[in-house]
Structure formats: C-alpha cells, structure tokens
Design a protein around this ligand. Structure first.
Ligand code: URA
Length: 230
C-alpha cells in the first residue's frame, strides 16, 4: 500500500494533510525520515508519525472508568476529554460508544470499530445500561410501577421503555434502562419529582465495569466482552 494511503487510513489526517506531514518531515519509515507519498509499505515496515507508531492492526476496544470533570467528546475547548486519559497511539481515531455527562462517573466504552459502536448505541439494539444513582430525597413509593409503565419526559413523544429499579439504603438505587436519551436518567428521576446527585454507570449490555479500575484508569476489552455485543 502507498505510504500516504496507509497514513490516511491509520490516522484522522486527510490525504492532503498527510502530504503536509510528509513535507514537514514528521514521518519515518523504519526509522528514516521519508517525504515520498508513493513509497510502497509492506507489513513488516514500521511507520511513525511524530514518533508514534501507526498500526493498521485490527480495531481497538477499551473500557474506561470515567472520572467527573471529563467530557465524552473527541475534542472540547474548555474541559479535558476522556480520550486524554488513554495512553494509546492514534487516539484521535477512537470514538466513545455511549456518552456520559461531565459529572457522571463510570463505564465508558471506546473503540475505533464503527459498526460495533453502532451496535452498542443504536436505539434498535436496546442495549441495557445499569446506573448506580444517588438521589436528593426519598424516592416515591410507586417508583417501580411507574418506571415499569413508562414515564413521560419533557419534549419526548413516547413514554420511556420499561426500566428496572433496585433500592438500597438511604437514597441510593440501581436503575437499568434499555435506551439512551439525552440526560435520560436525570430526566427520569425528575419525572419522579426527585433529583440525581450522583450517577455512576456500572454496566453496558454484558460488559461490567472492572472493579480493578480506579477512576481515570482503563483497559482493553477481552475477546468475550467484545463478542458479547452482537
Ligand atoms: N443519564 C444521564 O442523565 N446522564 C448520564 O450521564 C447518563 C445517563
């Protein structure tokens, strides 16, 4: 494969920007600076951009324990993004499979596999997401029935899909939902006349946040975790 095509495929640089990078001596092949866009690259060649090795090897999948204060976006002019927490080459090609609010903590899936990302996030797949929620005040007694029946959220045409609730001590609950509307959990508890003061995602489908990961830490998904998304 031509060098310029290879770089364009393994980074988010356009072919035009690849040519600029080559001209600016930012690219090495097997340790030697090269400016030749048409150079043919084989599988044993090591291509680096700004010292980072480019890899065409298969898609990547990670789970991150998101801390508060980070945004689930690929770039942001004010807040740090969750991608900043990943010490990975070419992290600019990675995308978040299901965003969390800036103040929400917990499980975030990150990948450069577009179709896999779509299977996690598409409303059609109804992938279950579980949140540990701290509420401001006591939850109404009939919350279970109302969550099962579906809630009417502001500016939504349809009721929420049936959701499952577990109650714990104090004002702590666990909620499992099968959809992902904007600020959904906060809006659901607002519809129950309450307010979310702490929100932590524990699980997406069969992928459970690894308890060994401290806030801000991440790891690659196992093959079983990747394959659990069908
Ligand atoms: N629901 C919310 O309200 N916020 C999140 O971050 C995730 C789900």
């Amino acid at each position: 494969m031509r060098l310029d095509k290879y770089i364009a495929q393994t980074t988010d640089l356009s072919r035009a920007l690849v040519k600029v990078a080559l001209r600016n001596k930012r690219v090495t092949v097997n340790g030697e600076i090269t400016k030749s866009a048409s150079l043919v690259i084989g599988s044993n060649d090591t291509v680096q951009l700004d010292g980072n090795t480019l890899s065409a090897a298969g898609p990547r999948y990670f789970m991150l324990n998101k801390p508060a204060g980070y945004v689930c976006a690929t770039s942001d002019s004010v807040h740090p993004t969750v991608l900043k927490l990943l010490d990975e080459p070419n992290r600019q090609v990675l995308h978040i499979a299901g965003r969390l609010d800036i103040d929400t903590t917990g499980l975030v899936l990150i990948t450069d596999d577009g179709p896999w990302n779509h299977r996690v996030t598409s409303p059609k797949s109804e992938c279950a997401k579980t949140y540990y929620v701290t509420l401001d005040t006591d939850l109404v007694d009939d919350a279970e029935e109302r969550l099962q029946a579906g809630l009417q959220l502001h500016h939504e045409k349809h009721l929420t899909k049936p959701a499952m609730l577990e109650r714990f001590h104090g004002n702590e609950v666990r909620l499992t939902i099968c959809e992902g509307k904007y600020h959904q959990v906060k809006r659901m508890f607002a519809a129950l006349s309450n307010r979310v003061v702490g929100l932590h995602r524990e699980r997406i489908g069969d992928i459970v946040l690894d308890s060994d990961l401290a806030l801000g830490e991440y790891r690659a998904l196992t093959t079983a975790e990747i394959n659990s998304v069908s």
